[in-house]
Design a protein around this ligand. Structure first.
Ligand SMILES: *Cc1c(COP(=O)(O)O)cnc(C)c1O
Length: 456
């Protein structure tokens, strides 16, 4: 096989798979491109001693700017009168080196808890953003959360608490700022999270029973993550718009529809719907519906987290040992120097599938079917893709003293905050590739640091 074909085989350099920054060099090693800069991941894995998480801010920034340009461009060509703003859902990735470039690139924020709002306070105190940025506050409003909402509102930040229960409407009665309402629609979408009974938000009847709500600006809903079907997004939008119009009759201040998160990406590198197409349909649907209903075109908010975040990070492990599998759809266990359970928890929690590729020996003609096993003693700490195995170069083909590294792509969403300490495994070091420079954002956890968490 020619090297071009190996690049094809590992599905690198493809925009539709979010792998356009990846390439293979002539030595069969994984490289990452950032404009004219290039990083050799095999060198980095040896230099920083795996396991490592590799974060690429340029990928994150490009994804956000492309999304914003797509919306503003579509709004212009369709002569839509509402505005678009993107709110990054902080729960997807709260790391400082991650959130700051997003805010710089024009993201507003959505938070879910008092502690996430505390991060906003830190940013504001550090003068990391001007007070025009808007913060949507979802999630149950504890006393501490409400206090912080009020504190930041008093500091002239645009803080928009989203009412999720009838009780919260009462608690926020005296709040002077703008607010939103979260809608819980009885709608089915193709997603892991499509539960019959949702605990978030108000039913349409409850929302309408609120009557006049002081300073109501936003109607918000969130269907779930990784929505599998483009049509589901539009069906829900039509349904939400009906409630929007009814709420607006009582509350003429209402001017914004927030469609939440859920735009999917192809973790397994199979064909998916395109963001550009969803954006066009959202704008044209809202245009038509508003014209028919005789209401101004609403401003549009999306909180697409995973879509923006996941492709900006990948995780590198070393294969430290192998074992035969006597009877199975795979031939060998490859044991890695990290853990799916502690570092990529969704593997265990929701049976997340990833795209796993070699970091060296990428052009090895012979491969074997393997199962990956993590460092914990847990029998659930393993991974195989949807075909029941992972295809990787043969460990037995390594030269003496040579190491084998593998990369798990698209690990930038959720996994960092989910990481845990089963068997006291250390979290990987975090490395940032930016402007041709490689920096360490987080060192690998030492035994002392982990021990401390448990009182040692
Ligand atoms: C989790 C969440 C999101 C982000 O969902 P993605 O699937 O990552 O796009 C957005 N909004 C709310 C309210 C959420 O709870």
């Amino acid at each position: 096989m020619k090297s071009k074909n190996y690049k094809q085989f590992w599905k690198l350099g493809k925009k539709e798979f979010n792998t356009e920054q990846f390439d293979m060099n002539t030595d069969g090693e994984l490289v990452v491109r950032e404009g004219n800069y290039q990083y050799n991941i095999y060198d980095l894995a040896r230099k920083f001693d795996s396991s490592i998480k590799v974060f690429m801010p340029s990928v994150l920034e490009q994804r956000l700017s492309h999304l914003i340009e797509t919306f503003t461009g579509t709004i212009k060509t369709q002569k839509y009168k509402g505005k678009f703003t993107y709110h990054f859902p902080m729960k997807v990735n709260q790391n400082k080196e991650f959130v700051l470039p997003l805010v710089a690139e024009g993201a507003h924020l959505e938070v879910t808890s008092a502690n996430e709002l505390w991060v906003v306070k830190k940013m504001w105190e550090g003068e990391n953003f001007h007070s025009k940025i808007r913060i949507l506050c979802n999630g149950p409003k504890t006393v501490q959360y409400l206090k912080l909402i009020q504190y930041l509102e008093d500091k002239n930040l645009t803080i928009t608490p989203i009412i999720e229960t009838l009780n919260e409407a009462e608690l926020l009665k005296d709040f002077k700022g703008e607010r939103g309402v979260r809608l819980n629609m009885d709608i089915k979408v193709s997603s892991h999270w499509d539960k019959k009974i949702d605990r978030f938000g108000l039913t349409p009847e409850e929302a309408l029973s609120l009557g006049k709500v002081r300073n109501l600006k936003v109607l918000h809903y969130h269907l779930g993550s990784q929505i599998g079907n483009e049509n589901d997004i539009i069906i829900a939008l039509r349904e939400a718009f009906k409630i929007y119009v009814k709420l607006r009759q009582l509350n003429p201040t209402l001017d914004t529809l927030d469609v939440g998160g859920g735009l999917a990406i192809s973790y397994q590198k199979k064909k998916m719907y395109r963001m550009e197409s969803v954006v066009k349909r959202i704008v044209s649907t809202l245009y038509d519906l508003s014209e028919k209903a005789g209401v101004p075109h609403p401003n549009i908010i999306t909180e697409w987290g995973q879509y923006i975040a996941a492709p900006s990070q990948f995780t590198v492990f070393k294969v430290i040992d192998t074992k035969d599998i006597p009877k199975g759809v795979a031939q060998k266990w490859y044991i890695i120097d990290g853990s799916f359970m502690t570092d990529l928890l969704d593997t265990w929690a929701i049976h997340q599938k990833w795209h796993v590729i070699p970091v060296n020996h990428m052009a090895a003609p012979k491969k074997e079917r393997v199962w990956l096993a993590g460092l914990t003693c847990d029998s659930d700490d393993k991974y195989a893709d949807a075909d029941g195995h992972v295809l990787l170069p043969r460990f037995s083909d390594l030269a003496p003293g040579e190491d084998m590294f593998i990369a798990v792509l698209d690990t930038g969403a959720y996994q960092d905050a989910f990481s845990m300490h089963h068997c006291l495994i250390s979290s990987p070091a975090k490395i940032v590739l930016q402007n041709g420079l490689v920096t360490v954002a987080r060192k690998r956890e030492s035994p002392e640091e982990i021990g401390k968490l448990f009182g040692w």
